[in-house]
Design a protein around this ligand. Structure first.
Ligand SMILES: Nc1ncnc2c1ncn2[C@@H]1O[C@H](COP(=O)(O)OP(=O)(O)OP(=O)(O)O)[C@@H](O)[C@H]1O
Ligand SMILES: [Mg+2]
Length: 175
């Protein structure tokens, strides 16, 4: 039957991904589908991309509170936090990923979706989204058209492009 029961939303924490999360949540509510949020842990992220995280002020505060407990120093940007000699980058991107997924899950619940799960996984971005979609039996993947990167001129980022090309289920690209 052509019904949407389980929606997988992928977020990198960018504004466009956040729009995808909100749209997926509203759609899921309307069709009474469950939602799984997936964030693939960031690797090799450039400084300018770090500063494109949505709600970055809140993220900087909550992430530095975990990776640098008890330190009074306040970081003004993610980039600033990442450049601190005291932080472990691996731990920082993992904690950041948990915050991104948690914030997205909260938003989906606030919109009124009852069954919401979240996952944070390491790996290749698109490959991991595709693998998790298969694993959970998602019948729709929702992604943003762009993410944290800024190769201007491109309509789709490389991650959303690969997902559209390779997914076995339907894909909604939020523009
Ligand atoms: N690490 C990630 N975890 C989960 N979803 C992601 C991740 N990276 C990208 N996405 C999803 O893919 C969408 C498009 O992002 P994409 O990375 O393709 O664009 P970009 O960052 O603008 O370009 P590029 O990465 O090619 O420089 C995002 O809105 C998000 O839905
Ligand atoms: Mg990207």
């Amino acid at each position: 039957m052509a019904m949407i029961r389980h929606i997988l939303v992928a977020t990198d924490g960018s504004d466009k991904a956040q729009e995808a999360v909100a749209l997926a949540a509203n759609f899921a509510k309307a069709v009474e589908a469950r939602v799984t949020i997936l964030h693939v842990i960031l690797h090799g992220v450039r400084a300018d991309e770090m500063n494109r995280l949505a709600r970055s002020e809140h993220l900087v505060r909550s992430v530095s509170g975990v990776v640098l407990p008890g330190q009074e120093k306040t970081f003004v940007s993610m980039n600033d936090l990442f450049q601190s000699t005291h932080v472990d980058i691996g731990e920082t991107v993992a904690v950041l990923g948990e915050r991104i997924a948690e914030d997205a899950a909260e938003e989906v619940r606030a919109i009124g979706v009852k069954d919401v799960s979240q996952r944070v996984e390491p790996g290749d971005y698109a490959e991991t989204v595709l693998a998790v979609s298969q694993e959970i039996g998602a019948d729709l993947i929702v992604v943003g058209s762009r993410g944290l990167g800024r190769l201007s001129g491109m309509v789709l980022g490389s991650v959303s492009q690969k997902i559209v090309q390779r997914a076995l289920c339907s894909v909604m690209v939020v523009r």
